[in-house]
Write a protein that binds this ligand. Structure first.
Ligand SMILES: [Zn+2]
Length: 375
């Protein structure tokens, strides 16, 4: 896919339609990625920096966030060969000043699955966060009403409204759609037979970190749905639900764990703002742990040679794709292996294993995310 950044005043002169322009909501993360990575160069990036009195050499994270507001506000537009959510489909009414006509009557709000993708209503437990009893099919209408209201008040500065509970349901759908985008299979809770949550769940939303886990020292590659069920039943002895938000099996299938609208239970005393992802196998090396399990495994290796798990490429692909989906929806800054988070105990000090940690380090370079704070 090719991309180009232009100033909105040049759009008409260059004959570019809104159907070729990425929604600013998604454009921001693409431009941020390009600025941080220094690899994904695309046309117009240098003009964009120049217009803000900057050059590639003097970019700090703060500067990048500051200049990205002009992308968020639609002053600079990202032209794409295949926009994920084109401005022509916009229903927010936030870009009327640059000529985007708000699609008020549309059912196809970009954050809501289209009619043919729409699934049966979520099981009751997944709607705990919603104070409104509306069917999800009414969501587009709610958005439409909101958009209309902001149209009427068009002499007031266009602002993005605060994220409401219903937006969160739509965002959950967006993550699923993005996670499926490159042909990866995504299995929702209802499809792997998840048990109902046991109690009242705690909301969480402003996710800034991702914690990567492995499934534990006694777990090998297997059938993901069964593994998710086993983990859920183990976790429900301590928590109300499975602790991880997502699981990925060795075949690269992604499973929805705890609903992303709820705070996870994957890192000891450090769950607020943290998305937990588990790779469904054991990623330790034999000597890790220094206990009976480790001694037995080392003994086995003296007979059979190195038995370390290799992480299947298809699983890494699915993980990277999921991380990209999450970073395009949330302002994620940090990616860590479970044991890198402060003050972990027991298996938390081992997780996600030495092999898992090698992967974490590679992923951090690839995604430009930071290591968790040490305290
Ligand atoms: Zn862990």
């Amino acid at each position: 896919m090719w991309m180009r950044l232009i100033h909105q005043r040049d759009r008409e002169r260059q004959g570019i339609g809104f159907n070729q322009i990425e929604s600013p909501f998604f454009a921001v993360s693409r431009v941020r990625e390009a600025l941080l990575s220094r690899r994904d160069e695309f046309l117009g990036l240098n003009d964009f920096l120049l217009a803000h009195g900057r050059s590639r050499g003097q970019l700090t994270y703060d500067v990048i966030e500051r200049i990205l507001t002009t992308v968020k506000d639609g002053d600079w537009l990202l032209v794409c060969s295949d926009p994920f959510s084109p401005l022509s489909e916009d229903t927010t009414g936030n870009y009327s000043r640059i000529g985007v006509r708000c699609r008020v009557e549309s059912w196809d709000y970009p954050l809501v699955a289209s009619a043919d993708q729409r699934k049966p209503p979520l099981p009751k437990t997944e709607l705990v966060a919603s104070p409104l009893p509306q069917e999800r099919s009414n969501m587009a209408q709610q958005f439409a009403i909101k958009a209309k209201a902001s149209d009427v008040l068009s002499d007031e500065p266009a602002t993005l409204t605060a994220i409401t509970v219903n937006d969160r349901a739509a965002m959950r759908e967006t993550i699923i759609r993005l996670a499926r985008k490159n042909g990866h299979e995504f299995v929702e809770r209802s499809s792997w037979g998840a048990q109902e949550v046991k109690g009242e769940m705690v909301d969480d939303w402003d996710y800034s970190m991702i914690a990567l886990h492995h499934a534990g020292r006694s777990v090998g590659c297997g059938f993901g749905a069964g593994q998710m069920l086993a983990i859920q039943s183990e976790h429900q002895a301590k928590f109300d639900d499975i602790g991880y938000h997502y699981g990925i099996d060795c075949m690269g299938k992604v499973f929805e764990g705890r609903d992303i609208r709820f705070k996870g239970s994957s890192v000891h005393n450090y769950n607020t703002g943290v998305i937990g992802i588990v790779l469904l196998e054991n990623l330790t090396t034999a000597e890790e742990g220094g206990d009976m399990v480790s001694i037995a495994r080392q003994a086995l290796e003296t007979m059979h040679g190195n038995m370390d798990q290799e992480i299947p490429a298809v699983q890494i692909d699915a993980l990277l794709n999921l991380i990209q989906a999450l970073t395009s929806v949330f302002r994620v800054t940090t990616l860590g292996g479970h044991r890198e988070f402060p003050m972990q105990a027991g298996e938390g000090k081992i997780c996600p294993g030495n092999i898992g940690m090698d992967l974490v380090r590679v992923l951090r370079i690839k995604t430009q995310l930071m290591q968790p704070p040490s305290s």
